[in-house]
Write a protein that binds this ligand. Structure first.
Ligand code: HEC
Ligand code: HEC
Length: 261
């Protein structure tokens, strides 16, 4: 955020700031330590961006997740197929916390081993079977995240700024500070494919608020000068189904409320 507006206060309706699309390429640390880094453009001090009280990924070193594997030299947490879909979890670290009380994230190489897994009342030693391995659940989360970024890209394009792969990453100029903020958030998260896992609430809120600022509550484009944060957005229930699911919205109407504690 400071890379966009320096020490100025967030004022989404204020004038657009030049150079608003620069983010660090490897932004993963920024996502995990968002409280310190303020990496995303946060629309107002009234909107909550705080980590959940039970957030824990900031207590882990990068290598604890990324290098905990037979294939640790690869630095990969997951294996993917040619389409970019997750086919296996490689990190053996996850199950230490994700024992199934909430999510169950067991690595492929842990199949056949004994791990502490939730039986409905307690985590007890259990032999891991193939269906417990976590690829499908992680792929589901990753897909929702990528779909939400695509929905944001389409809305930024409608606002007159089309994302492109080379610097400065957009054709066209923002019309107000909040529009530039949406471009910044898109560019940062587009280059941070792990954000849905590193810090999902932060990623969801940044994408939500960027969409909220650029659209009206009914999903139509909001013109500069008439933009407000509604706390509610409407996406297309057909094209944006995975995004709506990931953001916690209504799959029938596409209406989604902002995630707050
Ligand atoms: C809680 C475990 C965890 C921690 C801690 C963690 N990561 Fe990740 N990281 C993941 C997961 C899961 C993915 C998602 C892989 C995917 O879907 O592509 C990921 C993805 C990434 C990617 C994208 C990889 C790619 O395929 O393009 C990078 C880069 C990355 N992490 C760097 C870091 C850095 C740097 C840190 C420390 C600041 C860190 N991670 C801490 C779990 C973790
Ligand atoms: C130190 C304990 C710990 C470890 C180790 C850990 N996580 Fe988490 N993780 C959590 C907690 C607590 C949450 C819930 C907080 C949140 O969602 O922000 C969470 C949330 C998540 C979420 C979002 C919630 C969901 O159900 O989709 C994903 C995805 C995730 N972790 C993936 C991973 C992966 C993959 C690994 C291993 C590479 C990992 N985590 C390792 C504690 C941990």
């Amino acid at each position: 955020m400071d890379s966009l507006i320096k020490s100025a206060a967030a004022d989404p309706a204020g004038p657009a700031v030049a150079g608003g699309t620069r983010t660090h390429y490897k932004a993963s640390g920024g996502t995990i330590f968002q409280v310190q880094t303020k990496i995303g453009y946060m629309y107002s001090s009234a909107a909550n961006y705080a980590d959940k009280s039970y957030y824990a990924h900031n207590t882990l070193g990068c290598a604890e997740c990324h290098m905990a594997s037979e294939k640790s030299h690869l630095y990969m947490v997951v294996e993917k197929d040619a389409n970019g879909d997750i086919t296996a979890l490689t990190s053996t670290k996850c199950v230490e916390c994700h024992d199934g009380e909430h999510a169950l994230f067991v690595a492929a190489e842990q199949v056949g081993t004994t791990q502490y897994i939730w039986d409905g009342a307690a985590a007890v030693p259990t032999t891991v079977t193939q269906p417990m391995a976590a690829a499908a659940e992680l792929q589901h989360e990753a897909h929702g995240y990528h779909d939400a970024l695509e929905a944001l890209a389409a809305i930024i394009t409608t606002a007159g700024t089309t994302p492109k792969s080379s610097y400065p990453y957009f054709d066209g100029d923002p019309t107000d500070q909040g529009h530039g903020g949406a471009m910044h958030n898109y560019s940062y998260l587009h280059h941070e494919p792990g954000a849905y896992a590193h810090n999902r609430y932060y990623a969801k809120r940044l994408i939500f608020d960027s969409i909220d600022w650029l659209t009206n509550a009914d999903g139509t484009a909001a013109a500069a000068g008439a933009r407000v944060l509604n706390g509610s957005i409407t996406l297309d229930p057909v094209n944006d189904a995975a995004a709506i699911g990931w953001l916690g919205g209504d799959s029938g109407t596409g209406v989604t409320a902002r995630l707050n504690p």
